[in-house]
Design a protein around this ligand. Structure first.
Ligand code: C2G
Length: 133
């Protein structure tokens, strides 16, 4: 069978069902799923916030999923092309909060944006937890 590797990226902090949905759907586009998990430093530079879960824990959680084959640490947003090539990915899948942001990679692989799961996010969960007395 021809190998069709899918690659996706994310922080996946405070892992929730929206993360499961996107990873499951990403996996369905091929027969091998590779996930780049944003490092703590990269997340801080993007969101000015240290993730609640450390990069080691986030890598562990993502690698334990049955539909994930390979995980690695995403150290920089500028290395996407190298990551895609290194993992021999033929399709890049991202949530549609990144719509059109990665269109330049259409030169080297398919690029698909999937709808986000509504009404759930890491930020919303953190706010709910903070509000509990
Ligand atoms: N996601 C989703 N539905 C939600 C929340 C998140 O489908 N309710 C998806 C996002 O669209 C993304 C993935 O889950 O594709 C991971 O989301 P984040 O952890 O917020 O990832 P982010 O910090 O945006 O990092 O290089 C790109 C970055 O690493 C993406």
């Amino acid at each position: 069978m021809t190998e069709r590797t899918v690659i996706t990226f994310g922080t996946f902090d405070v892992f929730h069902v929206g993360h499961v949905h996107i990873l499951e759907r990403a996996a369905s586009y091929g027969n091998r799923l590779v996930v780049g998990v944003s490092s703590d430093a990269l997340n801080f530079s993007k969101k000015q916030r240290t993730p609640v879960y450390s990069q080691q824990d986030r890598l562990k959680i993502i690698s334990s999923l049955s539909f994930v084959d390979t995980v690695f640490l995403e150290e920089s947003l500028d290395l996407k092309e190298q990551y895609i090539k290194k993992h021999n990915a033929s399709i890049l899948v991202m949530g549609d909060d990144w719509l059109n942001k990665f269109d330049q990679f259409k030169a080297i692989c398919d690029v698909v944006y999937l709808p986000r799961t509504p009404s759930i996010s890491t930020t919303a969960i953190i706010e709910v937890v903070k509000s509990i007395e």
